[in-house]
Design a binder for this molecule. Sequence first.
Ligand SMILES: Nc1ncnc2c1ncn2[C@@H]1O[C@H](COP(=O)(O)OP(=O)(O)OP(=O)(O)O)[C@@H](O)[C@H]1O
Length: 330
Amino acid sequence: MSPETRRGREDNESMVQLAGLTKRFGRNTALDGVSLTIGPGEVFGYLGPNGAGKTTTIRLLMGMLRPTSGTASVLGFDAWRQSREVHRLVGYVPGEPALYDRLTGNQHVAYCSHLRHRDDRRRAAGVADRLELDLDRPARTLSRGNRQKLAVVLAVMSQPRLLVLDEPTSGIDPLVQQTFHSILREHTAGGGSALFSSHVLGEVERVADRIGVVRAGQLVAVERLQDLAARSLHRVRARFAVEVSAAEFGGVPGVRDLLVDGHTLSCNAPQSALDALLKLVSAREVEDFECSEAPLEETFLSYYGMDGQPGQTPPAAAGTVARTAAGHAH
Ligand SMILES: Nc1ncnc2c1ncn2[C@@H]1O[C@H](COP(=O)(O)OP(=O)(O)OP(=O)(O)O)[C@@H](O)[C@H]1O
């Protein structure tokens, strides 16, 4: 066993490791010192506006580009120097799937099985069935969405350890997206990981465990989706049978924009404040009550901005974030 192969097998704590990963094209720095680890069983949503550096990161991880500095590795195998080992571990869905126009889906499946020295035709047929993809049609006759589906079939059929997905569901209708999410969950339940790039949170929101935001080549934030959801704002409205005062509700930490007017109360509250607030509300006679959550995308935008501009508030300042998010929620 070569020293490099040995290193690959030993360093198996993380599925993906990016360390100071930098790529320059001439004077243009496409990626600037990105460091990131993705663990087994984890779906990592990699978000950023157009031109932020997502595809460059993925190409570096797939060994298609050589880093200017830093490293990218999969299960300890260096993506550039050990790309063959990496390709055995990874299923890749590019943004624009490269297919052979004249070959049918089944012929693509047979060809990829041949390249990998394994017969994955049964599994491919099962996944295609679930995605409602006809494998008998030549690639040139497939719509954009069906080309994406075929790329997904080819990526998952060999049950790789890591899936690298570059905006894989653009062009796929919402019902099929749900099926795709189920396939992804089955993959992670078996210990597999995924790097899932997108320019919108909505595309990764239901499946990502963590999200990272890349902007102008730099990783500006990494956050658990659960933590982001916990900070998302809820609009609370209540009408009471009796008159109430602001002082009765003002003490709940995190509650903001509190407005009490005779029998009515309105405010914005993060999830962490809801229990205490509802207990205070329900201690009075309630005639009407309403609580609705702002879409996560709005909370997210107020933190990080996805239009290439920085968000309005630093992520750590949860209280301040809540106020900004409220501005977006209305
Ligand atoms: N081969 C290349 N030669 C020169 N510049 C490049 C090359 N590939 C990417 N870039 C530049 O690197 C930057 C990052 O591009 P990249 O394609 O990684 O962004 P992205 O986040 O994937 O965007 P999109 O969502 O539009 O695909 C951009 O400024 C882009 O113009």
